[in-house]
Design a protein around this ligand. Structure first.
Ligand SMILES: [Zn+2]
Length: 248
């Protein structure tokens, strides 16, 4: 699904736009021209063929996907990394060191997969496949890929390994927020060992320190203009000693 001239949503599940597998998160693609395509999050892997087909339908060439950035290790965001790498051997995968530790060993306990399956969030037969991460990004680290500058922002809370990305070109600033912030200033809190309410709220305050035009969240709507209002809404709730509502 083409969003802007160089921005696409190529995967999204039942908690989004019903484009690919129902369990997938939103998967965003930036076309960086000669530098290849930059993809944020992979989905579960269950919808990988559909994701590649969506690319073709949008006039994209799947083989040009050169960079995959992961927001966190949860199955719906990173479980498809191994599947993508299998089809795209030249792919470079970027993530936080904590995400890399979990994904490179395919640690199903670390991503709470047994509990998530029991809760009906994934099919019982789903397997979280191990995948090495090529480049570990520290908090604040920036990369230049084609016309895009991509900065990692550590945002623990929804999960301890969570990292958002600020993507900027000469004209626009996009916050790829994964599961840290959603439309309307909402969050995701889960009854899992890796979720922390205080860390989630502190990360929202951190995000409020960055200027951005568009919010590209891991589920539900994206927001193309005045996207900052969503983090402002979350902060306004916290100012009244309230927790922003959780989408789960
Ligand atoms: Zn998550």
């Amino acid at each position: 699904m083409r969003i802007e001239s160089h921005l696409y949503c190529i995967g999204s599940g039942a908690f989004g736009f019903d484009l690919s597998d129902p369990y997938d998160c939103n998967v965003y693609l930036f076309d960086a021209g000669e530098a290849g395509y930059i993809v944020f999050d992979s989905g579960t892997g269950l919808g990988i063929e559909r994701i590649l087909e969506i690319c073709r339908q949008d006039g994209l060439v799947p083989q040009h996907i050169a960079h995959l950035f992961l927001t966190h290790a949860h199955s719906d965001h990173a479980g498809g990394a191994a599947h993508l790498r299998e089809r795209l051997p030249g792919l470079t995968i970027y993530a936080s060191a904590a995400t890399a530790r979990i994904l490179s060993t395919g640690d199903e306990l670390a991503v709470c997969l047994p509990q998530a399956k029991a809760a009906g969030m994934y099919p019982p037969t789903y397997v979280y496949r191990a995948c090495p991460v090529d480049r570990m990004l520290q908090d604040g680290e920036s990369l230049q890929i084609g016309r895009y500058t991509i900065q990692a922002i550590a945002t623990p809370g929804h999960s301890h390994d969570h990292q958002c990305y600020l993507v900027c070109d000469h004209a626009r600033r996009y916050l790829v927020s994964g599961d840290a912030l959603f439309f309307g200033g909402k969050i995701i809190l889960q009854n899992t060992y890796d979720c922390s309410v205080p860390d989630t709220l502190a990360s929202l305050r951190r995000l409020a320190g960055y200027a951005f035009d568009a919010l590209l969240a891991g589920h539900l709507n994206f927001s193309l203009h005045n996207g900052y209002r969503h983090v402002a809404a979350a902060c306004a709730m916290m100012d009244k000693l309230r927790c922003p509502p959780s989408i789960l």
